[in-house]
Design a protein around this ligand. Sequence first.
Ligand code: PEP
Length: 251
Amino acid sequence: MMKLFAANWKMHKTQAEARQTAEELVRLVGSGLAADREVLLTAPFTALAATAQGLAGAARFSVGAQNFYPETHGAFTGEISPAMLQDAGASWALTGHSERRHVLGESDGFVGRKTAFGLAAGLNVIFCVGEKIEERKANQLAEVLTRQISLGLADVPRDVSPQRLCVAYEPVWAIGTGLVAGPAEILEAHALVRSQLAAIFGSAGREVRILYGGSVKPDNAAEIIALDNVDGVLVGGASLKADDFSRIVLA
Ligand code: PEP
């Protein structure tokens, strides 16, 4: 299975900065990208095309968006469609990121609608799940993941190509905080995600990649990526500088 190293640039980078970071990343990674690894840069809408230009077609590097609206077109002021993202060079998109759920108020049902719509529109999707600290303290990890996954994947066709869908486990308390889930916590959550994927997709559920996200840095990436059921990482803060992210990609 190819491991996916995905950057989430969030609301950072102008076009020039995005192009420069992408170019520098390709240069730093050089020929060192392991044969079983691929890299994805999720950029702000305005920087998608510039990011693609910076990558200049480098093999196993691609561009993704961080959000879209689940309609083809219409009176949705301020929103953007999957086809518009593809037109700007994106082949992937995130759904269900904790900042969209908890800052922008997206419900499990809306995240599910987006996930199914994005896949149907031809985007590959990284669907994000994860518990808040109060849910973890209340022993609700399994309950939260089960609810988010069952609603989030409810309308995804059971025969979807597993290579086109990833689930990112991102404990909310570990995003942007410097707190990393420990190996036991990651193993437990990823095993729960894996068993739910198998229940939904059967044997293909074993081929859906499960990414870990939450304060991944150059000095902890190798340990995390080596864990069972960790098929990649989703990286926020440490993906903004090409030097840091290249060290994660090469870890
Ligand atoms: C993220 O934004 O998905 C994320 C994991 O952020 P950070 O790496 O900064 O915790």
